[in-house]
Design a protein around this ligand. Structure first.
Ligand SMILES: C[S@@+](CC[C@H](N)C(=O)[O-])C[C@H]1O[C@@H](n2cnc3c(N)ncnc32)[C@H](O)[C@@H]1O
Length: 200
């Protein structure tokens, strides 16, 4: 309770945030958790995000989730460009605070007011409404991708598209349907696309 109060006090606009449960530590294995919940932050450049939108064929009516959203730029850009509903989730409160600036930077305040854009502080592996997503954007390390794969297979609806930056799922039964090497402003990025089939 105290912990939640402290966290809430840190957040300047309470209505924007939904607290979801923090990662569980089984048997207090801190090293394992550090590996699983690696909070390294590298934002995806806008040009690369545009390419990810193209690959997923993002359009009005889509519901875009960014799991590990960093400063929230992907969700804000999608809302601005396509009018999509979007949810960004990050485990680091600092990143969620930065989402406040992102809302202003991309001019999506009205989307936030209408509940169309939402940023959540919490574990992206424990998102109760992930089945609402029609598009998932990822730029997450291999350990996270490995843990997300069975969750995605279980709960994503057919037709949903997943685009991942640099890291891919390894399951032989779910090969990416498209892999591209995209020349960004600073380096070459590998981008993967999956579409969820009827029988995953
Ligand atoms: C490489 S950054 C990507 C940021 C953003 N998606 C982008 O492409 O610009 C990865 C982000 O995932 C967050 N993260 C790592 N593990 C997480 C988890 N289990 N749940 C939520 N966020 C997580 C980190 O805090 C970091 O902000």
């Amino acid at each position: 309770m105290m912990r939640h109060r402290t966290l809430l006090a840190m957040l300047p606009a309470l209505f924007l945030f939904v607290l979801v449960l923090p990662p569980q530590t089984k048997g207090g294995d801190k090293k394992d958790d550090e590996k699983k919940y690696n909070l390294i932050y590298v934002p995806t450049e806008e040009k690369v995000i545009e390419k990810m939108f193209d690959m997923a064929k993002v359009k009005k009516g889509d519901v875009v989730f960014d799991l590990g959203c960093g400063d929230g730029r992907i969700i804000a850009m999608a809302a601005k460009k396509f009018g999509t509903r979007g949810v960004g989730v990050d485990l680091n409160p600092e990143r969620i605070r930065e989402c406040m600036d992102t809302i202003k930077k991309y001019g999506v305040e009205s989307h936030v007011d209408k509940g169309l854009v939402e940023y959540r502080l919490g574990d992206a592996l424990r998102v109760p409404d992930l089945n609402q997503a029609s598009v998932i954007m990822l730029y997450m390390l291999p350990e996270f991708m490995d843990m997300l794969e069975p969750i995605a297979k279980k709960c994503l609806k057919p037709g949903s598209r997943v685009v991942s930056h640099d890291y891919r799922w390894k399951g032989k039964d779910w090969e990416p349907e498209q892999t591209i090497h995209f020349e960004g402003p600073t380096r070459t990025h590998t981008l993967y696309l999956w579409t969820v089939k009827e029988s995953k």
